[in-house]
Design a protein around this ligand. Structure first.
Ligand code: TRP
Length: 333
């Protein structure tokens, strides 16, 4: 009963590599905080989505378990939050099929992510890549989510999920909560350290551009020291100073300081002092999480037991929606 009054938040994460500092500061850290802000959170690892691009099977499995352990290490609280692996909850694939039949070829063709990814993987434009938004809509609608926290790149997918929900509700009567995108208040947009005009990404060709949340302190220090900055040496936020702006954004996100405070702190000091300070702050932020992470991954039995126990919790919620849908569309139960 209590849970029905709380607004539900749903988010899922692709787990095709180790999370980056960008994932951490831009999304994960804020999503973990939402647990404490009176929301009913449902989180999952989107391993079925990962299959739209060819994966090395052993690696996908490894990254999925690592990502699971990492979110636990960050303080994801299983008493408050349901946290599962998508493929362990078959209702996602089942509802996705049904939603495929309520989504138009034309609207899927207009998805910018589909256009980008099919340009990038021209040799593997598979049907899953095309209908990816239907699976994502199923992820969201199964849980009757009120809000989906997303970055700009996923907003279009939440919008199509809304369109699908409204269309279905229009034909069959109220079935799905129509979800709203939630644009995070404090989500830092972290750019590549080597090319501050593009987003930090685990698939960056230049690994010096991306900080992995599992990088050791020496690596983090080295990458920050090599970070591209502009000519000039003043630590000051400004137009065209993308490298420094990015470092300031990271430092602000980690320390909670404002840009003015940072400018004052480094007044008269150059990039040479600023870069290692940013690195130290990031190292200090990640250290306790990395320590807990190592304990959790070392205990394979615990990890396995945990995600196995979570799947039925998610299935119970998801099945309620799926049963309603099956009945409405005329499937025999
Ligand atoms: N498509 C999202 C991404 O690439 C991951 C995702 C899958 C997701 N299902 C979701 C995000 C449902 C929010 C809600 O980042």
């Amino acid at each position: 009963m209590e849970n029905q009054e709380k607004k539900r938040i749903l988010s899922m994460y692709q787990c095709t590599g180790t999370f980056t500092l960008g994932n951490y500061l831009g999304a994960l850290r804020n999503h973990i905080k939402l647990q404490e802000e009176g929301y009913d959170c449902v989180y999952a690892l989107a391993d079925l989505h990962a299959l739209t691009v060819r994966q090395v099977p052993a690696e996908l499995r490894k990254y999925t378990k690592e990502a699971y352990a990492f979110l636990l290490a960050m303080g994801l609280n299983l008493e408050k939050t349901v946290f599962f692996i998508q493929s362990q909850v078959p209702q996602h694939a089942e509802l996705a099929w049904i939603l495929n039949c309520y989504t138009q070829f034309g609207e899927l063709s207009r998805m910018t992510q589909f256009k980008d990814k099919s340009a990038k993987h021209a040799d593997n434009i598979n049907a899953g890549l095309f209908t990816y938004p239907c699976l994502m809509a199923a992820d969201i609608l199964l849980y009757q989510a009120d809000y989906v926290p997303v970055g700009a790149d996923q907003k279009q997918h939440v919008e199509i999920a809304r369109d699908i929900a409204e269309r279905f509700n229009g034909i069959y009567g109220d079935t799905f909560t129509v979800p709203e995108p939630m644009i995070p208040k404090h989500g830092a947009r972290v750019m590549s350290l080597q090319n501050p005009l593009s987003k930090m990404s685990k698939s960056d060709e230049n690994q010096n551009g991306n900080i992995s949340v599992l990088d050791d302190p020496d690596t983090i220090m080295r990458k920050f020291k090599r970070a591209k900055t502009d000519s000039g040496s003043e630590v000051r936020f400004g137009e065209g100073k993308d490298g420094v702006n990015n470092l300031m954004g990271i430092y602000a996100a980690v320390t909670g300081k404002t840009f003015e405070e940072i400018e004052r702190e480094f007044e008269g000091k150059g990039y040479g002092e600023f870069k290692p300070a940013v690195a130290e702050a990031v190292i200090a932020e990640l250290r306790p999480i990395q320590e807990r992470y190592r304990e959790i991954v070392a205990d394979k039995a615990f990890l396995e037991q945990t995600y196995r126990e979570q799947a039925p919790r998610a299935q119970a919620i998801a099945q309620r929606t799926l049963s309603k849908v099956m009945k409405k569309v005329g499937l025999v139960q």
